[in-house]
Design a protein around this ligand. Structure first.
Ligand code: GDP
Ligand code: MG
Length: 233
């Protein structure tokens, strides 16, 4: 077992928040990999579990994470984790090893360099994805176009969850979405609040193990509703 308690000894600088639902195969790979990247940094890992019926929560605790429970969707889980996080820099990350722990330091650098929000993008030079069928790429492109047109932003990606935040701007993101609309809500509210935003390249890997929970059409529709709801609000 890796000793991740080391992160708690010093003041917490970085909080990694991971929503989970049935990720027991991935947790024992992911948490030690994060620990290796953040060794010596003063960090905490917060796993917000949505009621997994496997050993996700138990394993997360054993590998040193603080484990919280949230019964209603990935967005609500992420918001809960971010609100209880103690670090100066907050990072949102998926549990399925789609997000490479090696990129954590790039996300941290973005905030340390003075930005409020630093967003991984699969669609700028240096980024990429192995985990997106063409229909989702097309949907994402359409949503990026829509958001940029309505909110005068210049995003290259949307609906991607590997991001970092200066904790002090969290209230200004006004998180309300309970499901997969959360990333879109963050992107829109960050622009509306006039935050300093930067994109950094990110390579999305295939989910290592287990099942994807996002359903292209159901959640695509939810994302569209999120965009329309925020017009003029
Ligand atoms: N707490 C919680 N986490 C969830 C829920 N649905 C998905 N997740 C987690 O959110 C992350 C992204 O989900 P995933 O199924 O990989 O979505 P995709 O990569 O967009 O297909 C993973 O870490 C999931 O375990 C949920 O209802 N509750
Ligand atoms: Mg995934």
């Amino acid at each position: 077992m890796h000793n991740m308690a080391a992160g708690y000894r010093s003041r917490i600088h970085i909080s990694v928040v991971i929503p989970t639902l049935n990720e027991e195969q991935n947790i024992p790979r992911l948490l030690p990999a994060i620990a290796r990247q953040l060794k010596g940094a003063g960090y905490e890992i917060i796993v917000v579990d949505g009621g997994s019926n496997d050993r996700t929560a138990e394993l997360a605790g054993r590998y040193g994470a603080r484990v919280l429970y949230y019964a209603g969707g990935k967005g609500g889980a992420l918001a809960m984790g971010l609100r209880t996080a103690r670090g100066d820099i907050l990072i949102s990350m998926d549990a399925d090893l789609s997000h490479r722990p090696g990129e954590l330091r790039l996300l941290i650098s973005g905030i340390e360099a003075g930005y409020d929000v630093c967003m991984g993008s699969r669609f700028i030079c240096g980024g990429g994805t192995d985990d997106m069928p063409w229909i989702r790429k097309a949907g994402n492109k359409f949503f990026v176009f829509l958001v940029n047109s309505i909110f005068h932003s210049r995003y290259s990606d949307l609906c991607y969850g590997y991001r970092s935040f200066r904790r002090s701007v969290l209230p200004r993101l006004r998180l309300r979405e309970k499901g997969f609309g959360i990333e879109t809500e963050i992107s829109i509210n960050a622009v509306k609040a006039g935050l300093r935003i930067i994109e950094v390249p990110s390579t999305e890997k295939k989910r290592m193990s287990g099942e994807a929970k996002l359903r292209t059409f159901r959640d695509g529709y939810a994302i569209l509703r999120t965009i329309l709801k925020n017009v003029g609000r």
